[in-house]
Design a protein around this ligand. Structure first.
Ligand code: RTP
Ligand code: MG
Length: 163
């Protein structure tokens, strides 16, 4: 019993040290898109994030509002896949998460794999769990911020209380 408690304390201390050892650990915004949520893959994505060593700061399940998607995907407005993308992202609930850890922006993008699930390498989230369904937009399970500036902006859209 004592041994078990000591082991649990060690794990907790290690976790706290990882979170608090640096003053400004990097954060990224992750979305488990409606295809991933619908298919029950939220837990699998979170498992991979935690197995990599990143820490969950916040997680929520929500139906994306039009103004959130307009802000989130402003850079893609006018592109051929924009309207199908907004429709796809509105097609059901999604899970949004903020993750934390040094290098987690690039690190999560590496976990996610290439945008096109056919090209995404096995071992990545998109390579293992997504495929091309021949639609107007790629349904590729996850979104991850692509820069510190994007992360700050996107966290403000999905978690205004953390912005
Ligand atoms: P994300 O923003 O979702 O993390 O994905 P990404 O950076 O890898 O890709 P991005 O270029 O930002 O595109 C945003 C999302 O739009 C859909 N898409 N479909 N030609 C297509 O069918 C196409 N191009 C883009 C994908 O869902 C992509 O993740
Ligand atoms: Mg992107």
């Amino acid at each position: 019993m004592l041994d078990h408690t000591a082991a649990a304390d060690t794990v907790m201390t290690d976790r706290l040290e990882r979170v608090t050892a640096h003053e400004h650990p990097e954060r990224s915004l992750v979305l488990i898109k409606p295809d991933g949520f619908r298919r029950g893959l939220t837990g699998e994505v979170v498992r991979r994030i935690e197995a990599k060593g990143y820490v969950l700061v916040a997680v929520t399940v929500t139906q994306a509002q039009p103004e959130q998607l307009a802000a989130h995907y402003a850079e893609h407005e006018g592109k051929p896949f924009y309207e199908p993308l907004v429709e796809f992202m509105s097609s059901g609930p999604l899970a949004a998460a903020v993750i934390e850890g040094h290098g987690c922006i690039a690190g999560f993008r590496a976990l996610a794999g290439a945008t096109d699930p056919t090209a995404a390498l096995p071992g990545t989230i998109r390579g293992d769990l997504a495929r091309d369904w021949g639609g107007a937009v790629q349904q590729n399970i996850v979104h991850g911020s692509d820069s510190p500036e994007s992360a700050a902006r996107e966290i403000g859209i999905w978690f205004p209380e953390l912005g």
